[in-house]
Design a protein around this ligand. Structure first.
Ligand code: SF4
Ligand code: MG
Length: 330
């Protein structure tokens, strides 16, 4: 993908008509079949917006989303619907994504009748049994007649994964899929998602605020700040040799920073408004390493090593000398 999303601001400001929220700006991201890419950042960084853009829940402001290199156009034709069904979104709170008065069987029947229209009666039930079995809800018939409130959060999240699987997706967009669940069952759900990604060659985007889980769970990691991607690379590299000061900050403030090993930095601020993002590097008001140029000039993406990139002036070939090192500073 290569997208920008600006939301018009309505009702928030008395003046300033025509202003927009820069929710996602010039983001390029590639997902690979059979691999998990973590998208990490604080709340309000634009992660969920990006996931919803990929799911075609919002039209993009500019740029395009491609599947197998083919642009996905926001139209309403059958080709578009086929495209959309290949991209399945799994949300944080499973209870919010189910009809509370529909049984699990009837919810899954709906999904199966859309995506396996040829299956009826027993054949349809067999598909449902298979979907539940694949998500480790066994024996399946113990779950089909239940209603969402009769299941635990973890069980219901497994049902939502089963429902997504009914579409035989090529892309899974999992937006904080375990953060509303009990800590003790998170690992089981993540392991299930990982197994499905590998076995079915699905490309998964794992949206999270927890950079430590990205290291454990995802092959690749992209770090998002104020609507922009500021660092990408293999998860191991991004978490063990973080380059961008914001990535270092995220690691320093992780609940269990001992799981990642990097220079610790102290937080000196808050995420910026996306209505009027800071000039230059959007992280500069919070960055302990900010150079003069950071306030004016937007850093480009610098390639550090194989697949490891960052948008930070500290990695420019000829960085601006720090004030204390300038000849005229003595
Ligand atoms: Fe900090 Fe400058 Fe790098 Fe931005 S570009 S993260 S302000 S050093
Ligand atoms: Mg979110």
């Amino acid at each position: 993908v290569d997208v920008t999303k600006h939301f018009p601001v309505r009702g928030l400001l008395k003046r300033g008509a025509g202003r927009v929220v820069h929710a996602v700006d010039n983001v390029s991201l590639k997902l690979y079949a059979g691999r998990i890419t973590a998208l990490v950042g604080e709340s309000g960084s634009g992660k969920s917006t990006l996931a919803r853009l990929l799911a075609q829940l919002y039209p993009v402001t500019s740029g395009e989303i491609r599947l197998h290199g083919q642009p996905v156009r926001a139209t309403s034709g059958k080709a578009f619907r086929d495209h959309v069904s290949k991209v399945q979104l799994i949300l944080q709170d499973p209870f919010a994504s189910f009809n509370p008065v529909a049984s699990i069987a009837s919810t899954l029947k709906r999904a199966v009748s859309i995506h396996h229209a040829d299956k009826r009666g027993d054949a349809q039930l067999a598909v449902i049994d298979d979907l539940l079995t694949q998500t480790n809800l066994v024996p399946p018939r113990q779950f089909t007649e239940k209603f969402p409130h009769e299941l635990s959060g973890g069980q219901l999240q497994r049902v939502s994964i089963a429902r997504a699987l009914a579409a035989s997706p090529e892309v899974f967009l999992a937006d904080e899929p375990v953060s509303s669940l009990d800590v003790s069952i998170r690992l089981g759900i993540l392991n299930l998602l990982r197994r499905l990604t590998e076995e079915r060659e699905v490309a998964m985007l794992y949206v999270t605020h927890d950079i430590a889980s990205a290291r454990y769970f995802a092959t690749d990691t992209a770090v998002m700040y104020a609507g922009e991607i500021v660092e990408t690379g293999p998860s191991e590299t991004v978490t063990q040799q973080a380059a961008h000061p914001y990535t270092k900050l995220l690691i320093s403030s992780a609940p269990d920073p001992s799981r990642v090993d990097t220079e610790r930095i102290r937080d000196i601020g808050q995420p910026p408004s996306l209505i009027t993002p800071p000039s230059g590097c959007r992280f500069h008001p919070r960055c302990p390493f900010a150079l003069d140029r950071c306030k004016q000039e937007t850093p480009p993406t610098f390639e550090l090593a194989d697949g490891h990139t960052t948008r930070c002036w500290l990695y420019a070939d000829k960085p601006e000398p720090a004030a204390s090192e300038r000849p005229d500073a003595s």
